[in-house]
Each structure stands twice: as structure tokens, then as C-alpha cells.
Ligand binder design. Structure first.
Ligand code: ADP
Length: 486
């Protein structure tokens, strides 16, 4: 492994602060496990409160110096340069992500390309976001300034490290913030590699600092630090609530993206052949460990059997195996995650299985593999139809009328993504308005896709918007200047 990390210049046992690799204050490390076979990849730093303190101090130094003085155009150009540097390392980064997360290599490669695309997008946007002038009283000139918050905190999960770095760090840097990033303890190598790549490409020291460590240690220290002026969190609902409470103590804005139970609604008049790949892929992509995975498929009675049969046929061909073999499904991220998913499956013992995929014989016994499962004729109130499972599991729920479909779709505590499959324009428009979700797709579904598309949830899926231009508003604060001049 050490050989693989060398070209990327990262030291996995270190934190990255003020443009330098340094040992964590604790002097301790944590094992990083390859979920494809259960072996240790390397040791990572066990960062803690003192390291977070140092990272915030380094970010403040960056804001007071070269980085704080950079113009919007300079920041934008730099982000675009970093994006190109990321692409120069596409193969190494993809391998690193595949090994660390257990993500099939092709999916990992797509994530590297998405990271580069975020940097291209936010690089281009950095100098195209501005304030406005406001007509006011006679003798006044009033205008608004969009300013960075200052030091922003970013706590990210293990499922899409590179994509989430792109949407979160990319947007924050575009607006001139300095960032402290706490990647997940299960997968943090690409976050560290990205920091090195960004600095080699010219990002000033302290503009991005990375402190790996445990959630309850480095994560909690970052979330509760008064030096953080904005907190962006992607992860579980339980930890999201802790983050919001910690931010409340310091009266700091938070963006929370906490997952979902996102439905796809398939009506009798839908183009079923067009829908099929989306119905399945949106559920099993990244082994179902996707916040915006579509884990509920709602199907109208007239096409019910056809959709179930076609999805079942696809499921029977789904193979789970080591990330590097690059099949449809990799292992889950950890033995713990596998236990959680198997716990849900045990609660679904009363359900009808439409079909299962399978775990390949080549899959090492120490890997965290779960064969994909498709349940049919599921009642919408069942525990598997209400809770985010975060594994390769989908439930199909029948419905008769549009009203019933809407009630089922809106009938969970989540509200992240939804999609409508129908050829009726009126139904598309009606449901797009009435579905409780931060994103609605019509005759398609984008799990995690769409750099340009504002993304975020309602209900326990969280609040605030990432991606697109919208994220730039979240990562900045508006100042109104009212000048009286006569
Ligand atoms: P999951 O259960 O899917 O691992 P989590 O919400 O636990 O999701 O983790 C997402 C991120 O939040 C990770 O970086 C993790 O280290 C961090 N985290 C976990 N617990 C805390 C906490 N108490 N305070 C701050 N961050 C935390």
C-alpha cells in the first residue's frame, strides 16, 4: 500500500494542517480496513481536539494572508487548475477510493471525474456570483456584498468521499472560505490525497486542512469549536442532530444532508423499458450506500407484474465481489455496516423476496459482502419501507391511484429525492409540486449525479442546499451596505 500512496505524496498516519503533514497530537493511529477482504490497508491518524485547534488556527492564518486576499477570479482559476490536477491522478485516486470504500473500480473512477467536474464548475462560478444594488431612500446608495463565512467545518461520510469533497470543499473555497475537513474513519485516503494534490497545484497553506479521526473525538471537536463559522455535515440522522446542537451553542449556520428513503413512482402509462435501468441502478449503486439511493419502488397495478418480473431478472444477474474485480456491486464499507444491513434483512423475514443477486465465489470470506435483495408486495408501513437501510436492498410497493402513490411516497420522515415515471405531462407537473423531496426527477433518476443541480432534503433528510449555484449562497454571508451621501 505504501507504494501506492507515494505518487500521491500522502502520509496516511498524519493530519494535513497548514500545508504540512504532521503527526496527530495523540501520537495514536487507527486501522483502516479494506472491506473487500477485511485486511488492514494502513494506519491512519487518530486526530483529536488539539489537532482541530491547530487546523482552525492554520485556516485563520490563511484567511489573514494570501488566500484571504485572493480575488474571486484567482480562486476560480486555482480551483480549475486543481480539477485538472485531480484528473491527472484519475487512476491512482480511483484505485485508492475503490480499495478504501470497497466501491467497484468503475464507480470509483466516476467519482474522481465528478470531483474534477465540481472543481471545474465552482472554478467557473467563483467570479460570477455577486451582490446587487437596491433602490432605497433619496440620497442613499445601497448594495449587497457576498462575503465568505471565514473558517468552515466539513464532516463527511465514507460513501462518496471524493464527490462530497467536490461539492462541499469546492463551493466553500470558491467563496473564499478556509476549510477544516474531517473525513470518515472508515475511508479517508482520498481526502488526504486531495489535500496534497490541491497544495501541489497552488492552494495556499491553511486554505484546506484535513484532520482524520473518530467522529466522537475529531468530529465532535470540530462541530463544537467556536472558531467554525459554518458547518457542513453529511451523514446519519443521529449524528446530524448532534452537529446541529453543537452549532446552536455557537449560533453557527449548518447544512445537513442526512439521507433518505427515496421513491420512484411508476405509473401504468410509463415507458417501462426506459425506467428499468434507473429503477435498479438507483438502488444498488455503491451497494445501496447512497444518501439519494432509491430504495422504494412504487408501481401501479396495471404494470406491477411486468415491473417486478423485469427488476427480478436484473437482480438475478447482480454480482457482488471485490472492488478491484469491478462488478455491479462491491462489499459494504465495513463489517459493522454489513451487520446493520443484515439486521434489517432479518426484520424482513416476513416479506416476499422477488429475487436476489449473489456473492461471487472469488469474494474473500473476510469481506463485507451482502447479496442484493429485492422485496415485492411490501406494505408501505413495513420497517424496511420506512427506514434507510444503506445496503443493496429495494422494496416494491403496489398502488392503485395517483393519490395513493403520493400518500405512500410522502409517507416517511425523509424527503430527499423522488421520481415520477409517466407519459402524462399534467401528472408530471402535479406530482413534481406535491412530492415531499428536495429533488424531483421526471422520467429519470439521478442518485448523486448532477453537479449543477441544487441538492438537499426536507424532513429528517436535512436542510440547506449543496451543489449548483445554490451552494455558493450557503457558503457565503450577505452584507447590506447603505451609504447616505447627501
Ligand atoms: P455512518 O453511521 O454512516 O458512519 P455517521 O453519521 O456516523 O455515519 O458518520 C458520518 C461522519 O460523521 C463521519 O465522518 C464520522 O466520523 C462523523 N461523526 C460520527 N459521530 C460524530 C460526532 N459525535 N460528532 C461529530 N462527527 C461525528
Amino acid at each position: 500500500m505504501a507504494g501506492d500512496l507515494k505518487p500521491l505524496g500522502l502520509d496516511p498516519a498524519c493530519i494535513f494542517v497548514g500545508g504540512q503533514w504532521r503527526a496527530p497530537e495523540s501520537g495514536e493511529s487507527l486501522p483502516l480496513i479494506d472491506p473487500s477482504d477485511g485486511t488492514e490497508i494502513c494506519r491512519i491518524a487518530r486526530g483529536g481536539a488539539a489537532d482541530v485547534e491547530a487546523a482552525i488556527a492554520a485556516a485563520e492564518v490563511a484567511l489573514a494572508g494570501e488566500w484571504g486576499r485572493a480575488t474571486a477570479a484567482e480562486r476560480g482559476r486555482l480551483l480549475a487548475t486543481i480539477g485538472r490536477a485531480v484528473l491527472e491522478h484519475v487512476d491512482e485516486l480511483a484505485r485508492l477510493e475503490a480499495q478504501d470504500v470497497g466501491k467497484p473500480l468503475t464507480q470509483a473512477r466516476n467519482d474522481v471525474i465528478a470531483l474534477a467536474r465540481y472543481l471545474e464548475f465552482y472554478g467557473g462560478a467563483a467570479d460570477k456570483i455577486h451582490g446587487e444594488t437596491i433602490p432605497y431612500l433619496d440620497g442613499y446608495t445601497v448594495y449587497t456584498l457576498r462575503e465568505p463565512h471565514g473558517v468552515t467545518g466539513h464532516i463527511i461520510p465514507w460513501n462518496y468521499p471524493m464527490q462530497i469533497i467536490g461539492r462541499s470543499i469546492g463551493a466553500a473555497l470558491a467563496m473564499g472560505n478556509a476549510c477544516v475537513l474531517k473525513p470518515a474513519e472508515e475511508a479517508c485516503l482520498t481526502a488526504l490525497a486531495f489535500a496534497e494534490i490541491a497544495h501541489r497545484a497552488g492552494l495556499p497553506a491553511g486554505a484546506l486542512n484535513v484532520v482524520p479521526g473518530l467522529g466522537a473525538e475529531a468530529g465532535a471537536a470540530l462541530a463544537g469549536h467556536p472558531g467554525i463559522r459554518h458547518m457542513s455535515f453529511t451523514g446519519s440522522v443521529g449524528v446530524g442532530k448532534l452537529i446541529q446542537k453543537a452549532a446552536a451553542e455557537n449560533v453557527v449556520p449548518v447544512t445537513l444532508e442526512l439521507g433518505g428513503k427515496s421513491p420512484q413512482l411508476v405509473f401504468d402509462d410509463a415507458d417501462i423499458d426506459a425506467a428499468l435501468p434507473f429503477l435498479v441502478n438507483a438502488g444498488i449503486q455503491n451497494a445501496g450506500q447512497t444518501c439519494s439511493a432509491s430504495s422504494r419502488i412504487l408501481v401501479q397495478r396495471g404494470v406491477y407484474d411486468r415491473v417486478v418480473d423485469a427488476m427480478a431478472a436484473k437482480y438475478r444477474g447482480l454480482r457482488a465481489g471485490p472492488a478491484m474485480i469491478d462488478l455491479e456491486v462491491g462489499p459494504l464499507v465495513s463489517a459493522r455496516q454489513k451487520e446493520i444491513v443484515e439486521g434489517f434483512l432479518a426484520k424482513g423475514a416476513d416479506l416476499t423476496v422477488a429475487a436476489r443477486g449473489f456473492v461471487m465465489d472469488e469474494a474473500p470470506v473476510g469481506g463485507a459482502y451482502v447479496a442484493p435483495v429485492l422485496f415485492t408486495a411490501v406494505n408501505s408501513t413495513h420497517i424496511l419501507a420506512q427506514n434507510e437501510i444503506f445496503g443493496p436492498v429495494q422494496v416494491i410497493i403496489p398502488f392503485d391511484t395517483e393519490e395513493e402513490a403520493l400518500a405512500i411516497a410522502n409517507g416517511t420522515d425523509y424527503g430527499l429525492v423522488a421520481s415520477v415515471w409517466s407519459e402524462s405531462g399534467a401528472r408530471q407537473m402535479r406530482l413534481a409540486k406535491r412530492l415531499r423531496a428536495g429533488q424531483v426527477f421526471v422520467n429519470n433518476y439521478g442518485a448523486g449525479g448532477g453537479v449543477e443541480l441544487p441538492f438537499g432534503g426536507t424532513g429528517i433528510s436535512g436542510h440547506g442546499r449543496e451543489k449548483g449555484f445554490e451552494a455558493l449562497y450557503g457558503f457565503s454571508s450577505l452584507k447590506t451596505v447603505a451609504a447616505k451621501h447627501d
